[in-house]
Structures are given as C-alpha cells and as structure tokens.
Design a protein around this ligand. Structure first.
Ligand SMILES: C[S@@+](CC[C@H](N)C(=O)[O-])C[C@H]1O[C@@H](n2cnc3c(N)ncnc32)[C@H](O)[C@@H]1O
Length: 333
C-alpha cells in the first residue's frame, strides 16, 4: 500500500455520485427478504445510501469495518443494523450463502506476505457468503480488474459479468464497478474467455435470501493482537533470566569431578576462583582411536598372522583464555 494510503488505513470512500450510479443497475426483489453486506464499510455512507435507495430494512443491513473510529461512526449512523467491528472481514465467521447483495470496495493493497492481493482475499470471502444468484458490486481500479488472477476467480464464480466505470467527475483512481451474479457452483475457468463472458451493464434483479444465523468476529485485529501481546503473561519467556546464584559445593572438587564437569560441558564459561583473575574455559570431549594390542601367531605353513586390536578412548581438550588474551590448550592429561 502506498504510504499516503497506509496513513488513511486504505480509506477511500466511494463518492455518493458513484454509489448512486451503481444503484441504478440494482433492483430489489418484489417482496421477500434480502440481506445486504458491505464487508469494509468505512464510515457507512455507501452502505446507508444503497440501503435507502433499495429500501432495505435496517435489520437486513450488515457491515464490517477494521478501524475503530469508523466503526463507531457507522454504528451511530445505522443503529438498527448489524455493524461488526473493529474486525477484519477476513476474521469473521458468517453463515455461508446468506447475502443477496454485496457492495465491496476493499483497500487496494498487496498482502504483506504471500504475494496474493488483498482484493482477491475479499472476493474469496464474498463468494462464500453470497447466496447463489446474489449480486456483487466489486469496486477496484481498472488496472486491477485486468489482473489475470482476479479475472480467473471472478469468471469461475460469477456470470452476467459487466464493468461500469465510476462517473468521470469522481474517478480519481480509475475505479470501476465489476458486477456479477454468483453461480451455484464454480465452473472451470480454463474453458472460459473473459471477453466472451463480459456483458453490457444492465439491470441486476436482487434475489431474496436469508439472514445469516452466524455473523461474529472470530479473530483479533492486528492492533488488538499487538495490545494482547504487550500484556501477555507469556512475555516473561522473552525476558532475560536473572543470573542464578552458583552454590559452593560443601567440599572442594577432586580432579575427577572437574574432569567430568569439563567433559559434560558444565564448566564452560567464565571461571573466577576467589583471589584469581577471571578466565574463560571451554572443554570438549571426543572419541579417538588407538591400537590396544597386536598379536602374532605362526601358522603351520610357516606364514605369520598378525591381529591388531583397535579401541576408542575419550580425549578431553580444555581451552582457557585469560585476561592476557592467550589461549592455552590442555589435552591428554
Ligand atoms: C476503500 S474504503 C471503502 C469504504 C466504503 N465501503 C465505501 O465504499 O465508501 C475501505 C475500508 O476498508 C477498511 N478495511 C481495510 N481492511 C479491512 C479488513 N480486513 N476488514 C474490514 N475492513 C477493512 C478500511 O478501514 C476502510 O475503511
């Protein structure tokens, strides 16, 4: 996302003239319930405007918004509707195939990781939530509507596809509205051609639908996650441990004890016996092979058989460096 867009949190509300223009292509059902969703509703202006034009009952209007202040604005604008937030539309659980109409004007962005575009993530989510026969109005810059991956996904799940630009006087980012009607099931995108599928913009009859029985936030937003991490009790695992006090053994260690400590790596680190300068010591133990014995025997035919017995022993190497910087190596007793 460009820096200016990041500062605005991707908030580019659709101008009222563009929303009104889009609504001229939408016709509500003649009786029967239809539910309408804006999954990134900003301050709710477009949601309210379309709901009013289409005469949608407040209780059938749904919105999701990430930014806490914009959520509050939308909730006060549409107090009787279902406005969820702060929440990411990608972190909401909703009954599948519920909405008859979706107005989707997502932030234009590349995902931080993964390389997939965020517009595609929104489109996938909408495919899940829109009822078969339901209508999508997807707002994107014209250049994005030309992306192969967007077209492939759209063509797979929608028919009656048409593209209408925002009115010329309010089109700062060359936005277009991509209309489509959701299919019952996905079709193979390979056998289809985008240009053949494209129709002229026309009237879209909105089908009736049902209210989602589930419409809840199931994931923390990134800001909430940061706050939760800051106060998490697990933070203590990331703090440096307080130095533990070394206890003196009741009797001084014998040579064997010290050798074992070195061999097992427990005497690594800084050593500073009382009254002596500090030094760093590191012990390593490795196996080395040696000839344990050689036996020779005379054979009946006058030849000699020699048996060499190889064995292994542990060899300790201790390196110590003192304040003078000299490394001293002690090995093999
Ligand atoms: C381009 S504005 C669209 C506003 C409104 N829908 C309209 O058409 O005028 C995009 C909005 O999406 C919100 N947003 C960004 N990421 C979101 C997400 N993952 N889930 C829900 N809303 C998000 C932004 O805060 C911003 O308000």
């Amino acid at each position: 996302m460009r820096l200016a867009a990041q500062i605005k949190g991707g908030y580019y509300p659709a101008p009222p003239d563009a929303v009104a223009h889009a609504a001229t292509f939408l016709r509500p059902p003649n009786g029967g319930r239809f539910c309408f969703l804006d999954p990134c509703c900003g301050e709710g202006a477009a949601l309210q405007q379309i709901a009013e034009i289409l005469n949608a009952a407040a209780d059938n209007v749904y919105g999701i918004e990430l930014d806490p202040e914009r959520v509050a604005t939308t909730q006060s604008l549409l107090p009787d509707s279902h406005i969820l937030g702060p929440a990411s539309a990608l972190g909401v659980a909703c009954t599948r195939k519920s909405f008859s109409l979706a107005w989707v004007n997502p932030p234009f962005d590349d995902q931080i990781s993964g390389g997939d575009r965020v517009e595609l993530e929104f489109l996938r989510q909408m495919i899940d939530w829109i009822v078969p026969g339901g209508v999508i109005c997807f707002v994107i810059p014209e250049s994005t509507s030309n992306h192969w991956s967007f077209r492939q996904l759209f063509i797979q799940w929608f028919e009656e596809i048409s593209i209408e630009p925002f009115p010329e006087h309010c089109r700062p980012y060359n936005e277009v509205i991509v209309f489509g009607r959701r299919l019952d099931r996905a079709r193979s995108p390979w056998s289809l051609n985008w240009n053949h599928e494209l129709q002229l913009p026309h009237m879209y009859d909105i089908p009736t639908g049902r209210k989602p029985t589930r419409f809840i936030k199931v994931e923390l937003t990134e800001a909430e996650l940061r706050d939760a991490l800051r106060v998490s009790p697990l933070q203590r695992h990331l703090q440096p441990h307080a130095d533990s006090l070394l206890v003196e053994p009741p009797l001084s260690l014998g040579k064997g004890h010290i050798a074992l400590l070195l061999a097992s790596g427990h005497l690594d680190g800084i050593v500073q016996p009382e009254g002596e300068p500090p030094h760093v010591v590191r012990g390593t133990a490795k196996k080395t092979q040696y000839v344990a014995g050689v036996e020779q025997s005379d054979n009946a035919d006058g030849s000699v058989t020699t048996k060499t017995c190889l064995s292994e022993k542990i060899t300790l190497t201790v390196r110590a460096v003192g304040v003078d910087g000299r490394i001293r190596t002690f090995e093999g007793g």
